[in-house]
Design a protein around this ligand. Structure first.
Ligand code: ATP
Ligand code: MG
Length: 424
């Protein structure tokens, strides 16, 4: 408050001239509200007035002015201009309507992501994304996890070759990492708890609203556990923490901008794989391939059932070992110490207790049809006092999509990478 002159920089999202007064809507910061710049002809002089009258929507501007003692604009912040400077003008009308009157389709918004970011509702997604990364670090640091960065150019994948992108590596072959799985487990032989915010590269020819070829994940691994339930406790704490923090800091704003955010998550129940199959079959869907993963339809039906019970998020635990990767600990009854976390019918995370006994791990590799010699560097780490451990990999983009109540993962990634999008 007061008469101090303030300078503001940003883009003009709309302009309106009413006689001798003009209103410019300027998006100037990450607060997600536009600033109304009030320009009075009597206060700025003829030169600036002429400039403001002709100002093009989309121009980059610098405004000097004073905040009024009382704000009349419904939109919140206001500045009374003393000087307006145009720093850059658009050469063409903007490809995305920044006044918000004509919504642009997803393809246009992806092609011109930087322009769509001038609209508060799209900007909000990426402000929420940055916050989610911050809440993630908050939580894991508090729980004693070390943040690590493992290599993304690797010589072997966690689950064999078919889903890996190949890269020429000085005449040899390297792959883009599909997951930090092997590295985070090796670290368990020297650090009690680690986490990583990491890209996942997966070469499958996906064509769904929830898969990308480059996505981001939160991977965590913890040692000295008693069972996979210890890992689920941490994961449950994590998603509840971030859902609460996002709701506190952005819930009202997101609703004002037209989102239907998930809000704060409550208790997360643990349903066994067997129970899940029962629920799905009771609802008339036969799950193919006994002992396999739940198909998309089964996931959806289970999601509907859980929603009726009042749960947005739930664990599916104790999958048959057959359905899980070699590193998951197998039980004598053919099941495994594994879990998935789903939110409203979509898988968000997978995890479990790992096999830490080297000889069992070796025979599990063989049984899954993998060649132990390509995992030599990994098996080596199990020789030197590897404690019982477990962890999970969670889809950061998927979690954000669900928290914001969106239904296409491409909405929450700046420049998504899939079969049809490599440029820009
Ligand atoms: P899905 O069955 O949904 O394809 P997955 O079981 O193959 O996933 P995991 O290997 O368990 O995936 O990876 C851990 C988490 O990472 C998943 O639960 C999901 O949230 C996320 N994730 C995996 N693959 C992708 C992808 N291609 N695009 C976006 N997120 C992904
Ligand atoms: Mg999975």
């Amino acid at each position: 408050m007061g008469d101090a002159v303030k300078a503001v920089e940003g883009w003009v999202n709309n302009s309106k001239v009413l006689g001798r007064i003009a209103f410019l809507e300027v998006i100037d910061d990450l607060s997600l509200g536009v600033l109304t710049v009030v320009v009075k002809r009597s206060e700025v002089g003829p030169e600036t007035w002429e400039l403001v009258k002709k100002i093009k929507i989309g121009s980059a501007v610098r405004v000097e002015g004073v905040e009024p003692p009382e704000v009349v604009s419904r939109k919140g912040r206001e500045l009374h201009a003393l000087r307006v400077e145009v720093l850059a003008e658009p050469e063409e009308p903007l490809p995305v309507d920044v006044t918000g009157k004509t919504p642009a389709g997803l393809e246009t918004r992806l092609e011109y992501r930087y322009v769509s970011l001038r609209l508060p509702a799209y900007r909000a997604i990426f402000v929420a994304r940055a916050r989610l990364a911050r809440y993630t670090r908050e939580y894991f640091e508090e729980k004693g996890f070390l943040e690590v960065h493992t290599p993304k150019l690797v010589g072997a994948g966690a689950e064999g070759g078919a889903t890996l992108f190949r890269v020429d590596y000085f005449g040899g072959t390297a792959y883009l990492s599909q997951s930090p799985q092997l590295y985070k487990q090796m670290l368990m032989c020297g650090v009690p708890r680690v986490f990583e915010i990491t890209p996942y590269f997966r070469a499958e020819k996906f064509d769904t609203p929830r898969h990308l070829n480059e996505s981001w994940g939160v991977d965590a691994e913890m040692g000295f556990i008693r069972s996979h339930h210890d890992v689920m406790d941490i994961l449950e704490g994590y998603v509840r923490h971030v859902s609460q923090r996002l709701d506190e800091e952005m819930g009202d704003e997101l609703r004002r901008l037209g989102f239907r955010p998930l809000g704060k998550l409550g208790n997360i129940p643990r349903v066994t794989y067997r129970e899940a199959i029962g629920i799905v079959e009771e609802r008339g869907h036969r799950v193919e391939g006994e002992g396999g993963d739940l198909d998309t339809r089964a996931e959806r039906i289970l999601g509907e059932y859980m929603a009726e019970q009042g749960y947005d998020a739930y664990f599916i635990v104790d999958y048959p070992w057959e359905a899980k990767p070699f590193y998951i600990m197998r039980e004598e009854n053919g099941l495994s110490r594994s879990f998935d976390l789903d939110i409203r019918g979509t898988e968000i995370a997978s995890g479990g207790q790992r096999e830490h006994r080297r000889s069992v791990l070796y025979s599990n590799l063989v049984e899954k049809g993998l060649d132990p010699s390509s995992f030599k560097f990994y098996l080596e780490a199990f020789k030197y006092g590897m404690p019982p451990h477990g962890g999970f990999g969670l889809g950061f983009d998927r979690l954000l999509m669900k928290l914001l109540g969106l239904d296409n993962i491409r909405e929450v990634v700046l420049f998504p990478r899939d079969r049809f999008h490599l440029v820009p």
